[in-house]
Design a protein around this ligand. Structure first.
Ligand SMILES: Cc1cc2nc3c(=O)[nH]c(=O)nc-3n(C[C@H](O)[C@H](O)[C@H](O)COP(=O)(O)OP(=O)(O)OC[C@H]3O[C@@H](n4cnc5c(N)ncnc54)[C@H](O)[C@@H]3O)c2cc1C
Length: 324
């Protein structure tokens, strides 16, 4: 299907891109690798007046370790470049998160910023325009109706980023630039419960880089899909811990692709942080999972399945973590 009419803009630097973003009156959409945006525009999920290409901005490139040990990843870096980089390879759980996305072809184009800002997905909205018209619009497409949860006044589409859970387990932050300057936001505070405005990024901002503190924690990363290869997840998990064997005190457990935002399981992690990674503690932690997830939808998989796979993945990830 042809793309809808639009203006294509590709400024040479970040400053000009931010100026274009701030001074355009119609709807404007950032375009990085385009692996999701172009697909959705062909499906008429959105029809921006302007596509602002940012994938080759020099200010969004670079993978480096800063003087204090912090790791800095440019938001415009391609996932293939990231997954292969020696600095990223020091964090095998993160490299697994990059490798989990789609196929090699997609990862050659797709960027880190595009993955972290991936528009939320819904079984009712991510369809052809004809399908959507037949069913009727929803909160994502201009009406105050949710087909997934009839009583919901906010969109409950799912966050399907495979990379976000791994970066959350590393306690990452994102740097957002606008004409007013830069601000840093913890990734844990970046996502919202609203599938339409699903991040706290303001319309005049561009994500420029991702930062996470140097650490030597172990991390287990698992992605569960219907088919191996080119598929969105039924669920993902990233679990990290300090220490060795059963001994640990600092634990982070993050589930992705089950709700509108990736979920940091704080109570579940506290059980392991206090009791360690023995079998009884792992089973006690698993019992906390369902409550921490909150309301679940039947989008793509039934809610009961989502609850079950979450518990299964937490157990699996914690058992793996113990062996790392
Ligand atoms: C066949 C197929 C399979 C896929 N499978 C997976 C999968 O398994 N897992 C997965 O996670 N994804 C998957 N995807 C979705 C997508 O390819 C990836 O998430 C990819 O990383 C998106 O990156 P991109 O650079 O192409 O983003 P784009 O499509 O260019 O942009 C995605 C969103 O991010 C915004 N954006 C981009 N860069 C920035 C920035 N720097 N600052 C602020 N906003 C920004 C855009 O405006 C847009 O809203 C799949 C896509 C396809 C086509």
């Amino acid at each position: 299907m042809l793309l809808p009419d639009h203006e294509f803009s590709k400024p040479a630097n970040l400053q000009d891109s931010l100026a274009k973003l701030a001074n355009t009156s119609g709807e404007i959409k950032l375009l990085a690798g385009g692996t999701d945006v172009i697909f959705n525009m062909r499906g008429r999920l959105f029809n921006p007046d302007v596509l602002l290409s940012i994938s080759e901005l020099p200010e969004l490139q670079g993978i480096e370790q800063l003087a204090d040990g912090t790791v800095s990843l440019g938001a415009g870096c391609r996932l293939t470049e990231l997954e292969r980089h020696p600095l990223v390879r020091q964090y095998p759980g993160l490299a697994a998160g990059f490798r989990a996305v789609a196929s090699r072809h997609v990862r050659n184009m797709a960027t880190l910023g595009g993955n972290l800002n991936l528009d939320t997905r819904c079984w009712y909205a991510n369809q052809t325009a004809e399908w959507r018209e037949a069913k009727g619009r929803c909160l994502k497409t201009g009406l105050k109706v949710c087909h997934a949860i009839k009583s919901s006044d906010i969109c409950v589409a799912l966050n399907a980023s495979d990379v976000a859970p791994a970066l959350l387990a590393l306690d990452a932050s994102v740097v957002l630039a606008s004409l007013k300057g830069e601000r840093t936001v913890k990734l844990a505070d970046y996502y919202t419960d609203d599938g339409v405005e699903h991040t706290v990024r303001r319309p005049d901002e561009i994500m420029v880089r991702v930062l996470f503190p140097k650490n030597s924690d172990r991390m287990a990363y698992i992605k569960e899909t219907a088919r191996k290869g080119n598929d969105f997840a039924y669920a993902t998990i990233a679990a990290s811990a300090d220490g060795q064997g059963q001994q640990c005190s600092r634990v982070r457990i993050v589930l992705g692709s089950l709700t509108t935002r990736p979920v940091l399981l704080l109570k579940t992690a506290t059980v392991i942080g206090e009791r360690g990674l023995d079998d009884a503690a792992i089973e006690a932690a698993v019992t906390e999972v369902r409550d921490e997830l909150g309301a679940l939808t039947n989008l793509y998989t039934p809610a009961a399945y989502k609850g079950r796979i979450a518990r299964v993945l937490v157990r699996k990830a914690l058992l793996q973590l113990r062996e790392l």
